[in-house]
Design a protein around this ligand. Structure first.
Ligand SMILES: Nc1ncnc2c1ncn2[C@@H]1O[C@H](COP(=O)(O)OP(=O)(O)O)[C@@H](O)[C@H]1O
Ligand SMILES: Nc1ccn([C@@H]2O[C@H](COP(=O)(O)OP(=O)(O)O)[C@@H](O)[C@H]2O)c(=O)n1
Length: 233
């Protein structure tokens, strides 16, 4: 393992849509006093800005130019975190299913991945961070001290997403939502650049029948064990 980092360890939480990554990252970050980095929100911000600018998902030249001029930042707002794109609060707009699907397409483009990879490494390299996403433990921080691969059945993840959307007044049916989850899984797993996959040294957690608190307990124990090892590990 690399020398002990300035602010603590790096924790990576990868997994498919609806597995519970954001919920667990937020809670674990609070428990550890770590910074929560939602890399999905960064890709979503790129997708939102690309759609506004009328950039096609495969226009790599314009996507690269967009990313060069884009600054994505996170601002604490009480319990929550606001997502800013060039200073504009885009927290709500980036969360629609439409943007989620567009993001899945745009995040497969190499220039977008390269630009956000640089940003994510700059944000996390000193440690004391938990990054959630698809390729944190495999590409962004392969030397992260603690890695989790959080999953659940497609039906359960679709059900969770359906309840979340319904709470926001979205009319999508459960069947449609499960189908969209499976579509995003296929796109995220099947792409050439940084596909969604479990890192060899990641601890797999299947949350299909676990509560958020049960998953949190497993994660917190694993991180505290690693911290207790110090830099011997
Ligand atoms: N283990 C779980 N059991 C039940 N509901 C969960 C569980 N984990 C997450 N959820 C709920 O599922 C929805 C999606 O969770 P989220 O953390 O956004 O997943 P992801 O970031 O992996 O897409 C949220 O409404 C969340 O409260
Ligand atoms: N590190 C990451 C994070 C997200 N993404 C992409 O961004 C999309 C949205 O990510 P997200 O984490 O906000 O989506 P959910 O898992 O919350 O549904 C994913 O479907 C991926 O296609 C990625 O490619 N790499």
């Amino acid at each position: 393992m690399s020398a002990v980092r300035e602010n603590g360890v790096i924790v990576a939480i990868d997994g498919p849509s609806g597995a519970g990554k954001s919920s667990l990252t937020k809670l674990l970050a609070q428990r550890l006093g770590y910074i929560h980095i939602d890399t999905g929100a960064m890709f979503r911000a790129v997708a939102l800005m690309a759609r506004r600018a009328g950039i096609a998902v495969d226009d790599d030249a314009r996507l690269a130019e967009l990313c060069r001029g884009l600054e994505v930042s996170f601002v604490r707002d009480g319990e929550n975190c606001r997502v800013l794109a060039n200073g504009e609060d885009v927290s709500r707009e980036i969360r629609t299913e439409e943007i989620g699907l567009l993001t899945s397409a745009i995040s497969a483009r190499k220039p977008v991945r390269e630009a956000l990879l640089t940003m994510q490494r700059a944000m996390g390299t000193k440690g004391g961070v938990i990054l959630e996403g698809r390729d944190i433990g495999t590409v962004v921080f392969p030397d992260a001290e603690v890695k989790f691969f959080l999953s659940a059945s497609a039906e359960e993840r679709g059900r969770r997403r359906y309840l979340e959307l319904a709470a926001r007044g979205d009319q999508a049916t459960l069947e449609e939502t499960i189908a969209k989850v499976i579509q995003r899984d296929k796109q995220d797993e099947g792409r050439e650049h940084a596909p969604l996959r479990q890192a060899e040294d990641a601890l797999p957690i299947d949350s299909t029948t676990l509560s958020i608190d049960e998953v949190l307990a497993v994660m917190e124990n694993a991180v505290r064990e690693r911290l207790a090892q110090g830099d011997k590990g």
